[in-house]
Design a protein around this ligand. Structure first.
Ligand code: ADP
Length: 236
């Protein structure tokens, strides 16, 4: 698509958020803005407590900002009802957390198939997509293993595939490799970036690992409650 007509998939516009902690207020977001485009992996960095999780929760329509707007695929979600926000979240977003949260009684492929079947996909189609996604992250030979039979890296790969199962437009990840050893984290990150490019999802990935952040297409740093674009080459 022509650069000039390219529209962001996710727009965060002037987000503010204040929390009360005892008798003081903490302004976590003070006008955070960013545009995310299809097929790009964007790192969200900043020290612990900077507001990364808060920003991801607001972007994921799980929390509302005090002011500012979240625009998903051109639709302003600010004034939507809870039902509408839930529908937008379910149909356009995938989430990955630090801990995989896979269903322990189900195999890797079932964990990727179930969300698709809940959305009305046939088992055949869901399995085909599940196999394709898991094979793309090198888990073609682990389809029938339950989470407890997978390594930490394999569990997170499966969680990433599950998040992408319903072809979301937006992927939000909060420290997805925070629980992995450095070598595994790096490998899972590479695969995640490849999947972002391959599936065309727009990904916002919080990490405090600057070396991993530097590998992504863009880096946004939360500083004093606003988002600052940093050249990936200058972090790490
Ligand atoms: P990060 O993910 O960058 O570590 P968070 O978004 O988790 O940062 O937290 C940012 C700040 O907001 C912290 O000071 C945290 O204590 C505060 N905070 C987050 N959620 C709440 C809440 N529900 N109530 C009060 N304070 C909160």
């Amino acid at each position: 698509m022509h650069e000039l007509t390219r529209r962001p998939v996710l727009q965060l516009a002037g987000l503010t958020r204040t929390y009360r902690q005892g008798n003081r207020t903490v302004q976590v977001l003070a006008g955070a803005s960013a545009d995310l485009y299809a097929g790009e992996a964007v790192a969200l960095v900043g020290p612990s407590g900077a507001g990364k999780s808060t920003l991801l929760h607001i972007a994921g329509l799980l929390e509302t900002p005090d002011s500012g707007r979240v625009i998903v695929d051109g639709r302003d979600c600010s004034a939507m009802s809870d039902e509408e926000r839930t529908r937008i979240r379910r149909t356009t977003m995938g989430f990955v957390y630090q801990f995989h949260q896979l269903l322990p009684e189900f195999s890797a492929i079932e964990n990727v198939v179930i969300p698709q079947m809940i959305r009305g996909c046939s088992r055949r189609q869901a399995e085909a997509r599940g196999r394709e996604l898991l094979a793309a992250v090198g888990l073609g030979h682990r389809l029938d293993h339950r989470p407890a039979e997978l390594s930490g890296g394999e569990q997170q790969r499966t969680a990433i595939c599950r998040a992408l199962a319903n072809s979301p437009k937006i992927l939000l990840a909060d420290e997805p490799t925070g629980n992995l050893d450095p070598a595994t984290a790096e490998q899972v990150f590479s695969e995640l970036i490849e999947l972002v490019v391959r599936t065309g999802v727009a990904a916002l990935i919080a990490t405090h690992n600057m070396e991993l952040a530097a590998r992504m297409h863009r880096v946004l740093r939360l500083e004093g409650g606003v988002l600052v674009e940093v050249a990936p080459g200058t972090v790490g």
